[in-house]
Write a protein that binds this ligand. Structure first.
Ligand code: TPP
Ligand code: MG
Length: 281
C-alpha cells in the first residue's frame, strides 16, 4: 500500500522518467517512443518501490532481476536506470551517437543495471526463467521481473518458456505484458492475435491478473501481492496506451518508431510541463 504522498512522489518520478525518454529522443533524433512510454509507470513502480537493488552495487548477489524482454522499449529502461542513479543523466545525451553505452537494444556489457541483452523478441522469458530457477537453486529469495510486449507474444518460444516456468513452479517470477494493443505494423489483434490473454496464460499454469498499466498504485499492489497463486509463476496483463503522455502520438501505430521533428519535441516538452504543473497542485 502507498500513502498519498508516496503515490504523488512516484507519479512525479514517472513524469521525470518520461522526460528522460524525451531527452534521449532529442539526442538521437529518433527512437522507439511508443513502447517505451507505455511501460514507464511499470518500470518506475518496480525500480522505485518494489525491487531490491542498489545502484552502487549493480551486481549484488541477492538483488532482484529485471529482464526487458521487449528490448526495443529500452529508452524507458535507460531512463529509469539514470533516474535511479545507476549512471549520470548526461549519458542519456549520448543516445544515437557512435560508441554510446545506450544502443538501440540493451547490452548488459555496456551499462550497469542491464541484466540481459534483449531485442530479438521472444527470448526474455526463457532467460528470466533460467534466472528464476538459478536463484532458487542458490537458495536466494530474489525475484525476477519481466516486461513483454503484447505483439511479442506471437513468438512461439514464449509459450515453451511459459510452460517450462509453470512446470518448474517458478513462483519467484512476475511478468508484465504491456498490452498497449499495438505492435510494429498495426493492432495486435489484427496482425497476430493471442487473445484472450488471461485464459491463455492461465491454461499454461500461471496465476493471472489484469490491471490498468498506468495506475501506479495498482501496479505496486500487484507486485506486492505476487505470487497470485501458490507455486505458480505470475503474469500481470497491463492495459496501457502506446506513447502514453504525448497526446499527438498516443495509440498511433506510426509512433512505434519516431523520427522526431523539432516542433514535435517542443510540443511534447510543453505537454510534460503541463503534467508537472498538475502534479504540483
Ligand atoms: C524476433 C523479432 N522479430 C521482429 C522484430 C521487430 N520488431 C521490433 S518491435 C516489434 C513489435 C513488437 O510489438 P509489441 O511487443 O507489442 O511491442 P510495442 O510495439 O507495443 O512496443 C517487432 C515486430 C524483433 N525485434 N525481433
Ligand atoms: Mg504492443
Amino acid at each position: 500500500m502507498l500513502t498519498p504522498q508516496e503515490l504523488k512522489t512516484l507519479q512525479k518520478t514517472a513524469l521525470q522518467v518520461r522526460k528522460n525518454v524525451l531527452r534521449e529522443i532529442k539526442a538521437g533524433k529518433m527512437g522507439h517512443i511508443g513502447g517505451a512510454l507505455s511501460i514507464v509507470d511499470i518500470v518506475t513502480a518496480l525500480y522505485f518501490k518494489i525491487m531490491n537493488i542498489d545502484p552502487k552495487k549493480p551486481l549484488m548477489r541477492d538483488r532482484d532481476r529485471f529482464v526487458l524482454s521487449a528490448g526495443h522499449k529500452c529508452l524507458a529502461l535507460y531512463a529509469v536506470l539514470a533516474e535511479r542513479g545507476f549512471f549520470d543523466h548526461s549519458v542519456l545525451d549520448t543516445y544515437g551517437s557512435l560508441g554510446s553505452k545506450l544502443p538501440g537494444h540493451p547490452d548488459m556489457h555496456k551499462l550497469p543495471g542491464v541484466e540481459s541483452n534483449t531485442g530479438a523478441l521472444g527470448h526474455g522469458l526463457s532467460i528470466a526463467g533460467g534466472m528464476a530457477m538459478g536463484l532458487k537453486m542458490d537458495g536466494l529469495g530474489s525475484k525476477v521481473y519481466v516486461i513483454m510486449g503484447d505483439g511479442e507474444l506471437a513468438e512461439g518460444s514464449n509459450w515453451e518458456a511459459a510452460a517450462a516456468s509453470s512446470h518448474h513452479k517458478l513462483d519467484n517470477m512476475l511478468v508484465f505484458v504491456d498490452r498497449n494493443s499495438l505492435q510494429i505494423s498495426g493492432r495486435t489483434v489484427e496482425v497476430m492475435s493471442y487473445e484472450p490473454l488471461e485464459e491463455r496464460w492461465r491454461s499454461f499454469g500461471w496465476g493471472t491478473r489484469i490491471i490498468n498499466g498506468h495506475d501506479i498504485e495498482t501496479i505496486v499492489k500487484a507486485a506486492e501481492e505476487f505470487p497470485f497463486e501458490k507455486g505458480k509463476p505470475s503474469v500481470v496483463i497491463a492495459d496501457t496506451v502506446k506513447s502514453k503522455g504525448i497526446s499527438f502520438a498516443e495509440d498511433r501505430v506510426d509512433f512505434h518508431y519516431w523520427k522526431a521533428k523539432e516542433e514535435e519535441i517542443l510540443q511534447a516538452e510543453q505537454e510534460f510541463a503541463a503534467i508537472d504543473r498538475r502534479l504540483e497542485e
